[in-house]
Write a protein that binds this ligand. Structure first.
Ligand SMILES: C[S@@+](CC[C@H](N)C(=O)[O-])C[C@H]1O[C@@H](n2cnc3c(N)ncnc32)[C@H](O)[C@@H]1O
Length: 212
């Protein structure tokens, strides 16, 4: 419980420069990666979609584009600061986007409620048993046959970037992230009947498409 509180505070602090930090090093300035992620969900107008660990909400407008004004998009994060930044970014543009402050280990939705769940570049950062608890919860709240899409960076080829990649997941996700790396398919199959891995068109990231 205590560690979680400090992690939340870390993300609250990081929320002040998260977007500037991403803009500095991201190769995806135009947001094509997240657009591609959401396309894989095959959402329809009127659907309800959730983006977990939404951070400053980069995936939210793409989800909104697919579900339309009659649908609903929820951005969920346990950091108050990140959610405030997301609301400042998108709140005035899309009133159909809701922001929920909660932990992914306890998702505040009923069973078989949602048409799609996304998680972009955040799953490796979940510590301890949170990954497995989140997967159980996602399986519970998704309607049958509807997808959970998890996008993460692939292990880079360049040795320097590879070192920085391992450094990030070691410090952010600790042993749990190292444990799941390369074993995602096996772990996801414990919770979902179908698991498919695809690469993003630009390379560098992978997406797991999981269905109940
Ligand atoms: C790398 S950042 C956000 C990435 C964002 N999805 C994107 O595409 O830009 C990871 C996010 O996960 C959130 N997070 C980490 N652990 C969490 C947990 N247990 N429950 C909910 N949110 C969590 C952090 O607050 C942070 O906003």
């Amino acid at each position: 419980m205590g560690t979680r509180k400090y992690r939340r505070k870390y993300y609250d602090f990081f929320s002040h420069f998260y977007d500037a930090f991403i803009a500095l090093h991201s190769r995806d300035q135009s947001g094509e990666l997240r657009k591609f992620l959401v396309q894989q969900a095959k959402l329809k107008p009127g659907d309800i979609a959730l983006d977990i660990c939404t951070g400053t909400g980069s995936v939210l407008p793409n989800l909104h584009e697919h579900v339309g004004a009659e649908g609903l998009v929820v951005g969920l994060d346990f950091s108050h600061g990140m959610l405030r930044a997301a609301r400042d970014r998108w709140g005035h543009k899309s009133p159909q986007i809701c922001y929920i402050e909660a932990d992914v280990a306890h998702l505040p939705f009923g069973d078989n409620f949602l048409e799609g769940v996304t998680c972009s570049h955040a799953f490796y950062e979940l510590k301890g048993d949170t990954q497995e608890r989140a997967l159980r919860e996602i399986g519970r709240i998704l309607k049958k046959g509807k997808p959970f899409l998890m996008m993460e960076h692939d292990v880079p080829d360049n040795p320097v970037i590879k070192f920085l990649f391992y450094l990030r997941i070691y410090f952010m996700g600790s042993g749990k992230a190292m444990e799941i790396l390369g074993r995602e398919q096996v772990v996801f199959q414990k919770y979902f009947a179908q698991v498919q891995r695809i690469c993003t068109p630009s390379g560098g990231s992978k997406i797991f498409i999981c269905r109940k």
